[in-house]
Design a protein. Structure first.
Length: 283
């Protein structure tokens, strides 16, 4: 795949957390689970394989053959469930690298093998005609893809999550999915250091303060996700230029997200919500 050598951009293909939420009430923000596409020079990086990866795969067809690197945050269902429907895996000539940490004794190769097996799925990984390789990393590792440098951090989430910091052309993009802040009101200092001075922080913001603390429904403390307010507070503590709140609660409608957006940041230009199809140009 040929890209402009100085382009650094991010596209959201899936923005929901936990489970897909299709329907008339989620059309504007989108109902697919997590998948992002990062373009940095000649490198094409995909983050996670939620249901948004199906549409990402379709977008690659005019560009075949392609070389794409997947970076997995973790292996929970909503971040891998789209992989069996990623059609480019089935086409000869493509090359895919999939990077993941080991989570709770599991790895992405075995998870994908289980997803694509009877009785849950009609075809197995034997149907792959592309070159698909698997690479295992540890939080703290630093990866390089041409001029793109990717730094990693272990985030607070049941089973562990890898956060990714992309550095290219003097700009910084961070994706921090499924991160939970301290519940006692203190700052996660290590996380603040990791995100410091980023141009864009894409961050899990699943809950309102009332939801998280149990004033509306059951308390969500320890579930592995953050509140909108804490994401903004941590982002500002880290001097982040723009904060994009994502991994939306699946029950949250477009209208409810609009109301939250107005309540949380109103006309504040340094905070916004993700939506499917949104493109961020860093360079």
């Amino acid at each position: 795949m040929t890209q402009s050598t100085d382009r650094f951009s991010v596209k959201y293909w899936g923005v929901r957390g936990s489970i897909p939420a299709p329907g008339p009430k989620t059309q504007r923000y989108g109902g697919n689970t997590t998948c992002l596409e990062v373009t940095a020079g000649d490198a094409t990086i995909a983050i996670d394989g939620g249901t948004g990866v199906r549409a990402f795969g379709s977008s690659l067809f005019p560009k075949l053959p392609v070389q794409v690197t997947f970076l997995m945050t973790h292996l929970h269902w909503d971040h891998v469930q789209g992989f069996p429907f990623f059609a480019p895996f089935l086409i000869p000539g493509n090359k895919f690298q999939i990077y993941s940490a080991h989570h709770n004794g599991g790895n992405i190769h075995d998870v994908l093998k289980q997803l694509m097996a009877q009785p849950a799925f009609p075809i197995s990984m034997d149907a792959f005609r592309s070159e698909v390789s698997f690479h295992f990393i540890t939080a703290g590792d630093e990866l390089t893809f041409g001029d793109l440098v990717v730094k990693t951090m272990l985030l607070n989430h049941p089973g562990g999550v890898i956060g990714y910091r992309f550095e290219f052309g003097g700009k910084v993009f961070i994706h921090a999915s499924d991160w939970e802040h301290p519940s006692d009101g203190s700052l996660d200092d290590a996380f603040v250091d990791f995100i410091r001075d980023a141009d864009v922080l894409s961050i899990d913001a699943t809950y309102t303060e009332d939801e998280y603390h149990g004033r509306k429904g059951p308390p969500r403390i320890g579930w592995g996700h953050a509140t909108h307010a804490e994401c903004v507070r941590h982002g500002r503590a880290g001097n982040v230029k723009h904060i994009i709140l994502t991994h939306h609660e699946p029950e949250r409608s477009d209208d409810e997200l609009d109301l939250l957006a107005n309540e949380i940041y109103g006309q504040d230009e340094d905070v916004s919500f993700s939506h499917e199809g949104r493109v961020i140009e860093l360079l």
